[in-house]
Ligand binder design. Sequence first.
Ligand SMILES: [Zn+2]
Ligand SMILES: [Zn+2]
Length: 86
Amino acid sequence: MHVRPFKCDVAGCSLTTGFPYKKDLKRHQRDKHTDEGGAYYCPYSWCNYSRPQREQNGRKGMRHDNYMRHMKKVHYGFGQWPRETE
Ligand SMILES: [Zn+2]
Ligand SMILES: [Zn+2]
């Protein structure tokens, strides 16, 4: 018998079964929820995290902290805005 005491309590999550280990729940929440529900989109239109690309996949924007992390990781630094010529 499997015990799955760790349930996801994120609003709107369709998962009902829970996880046997806390790390599994953490991984689920990281995969499914960390970049959802925010109002931030990547300003680079070709990027998967830009508004058109996200909406095409039925996804919402990033939360602010994820947006900052995304810009840092993918676009080499927050505050560096795209140029028209790029
Ligand atoms: Zn969930
Ligand atoms: Zn981006």
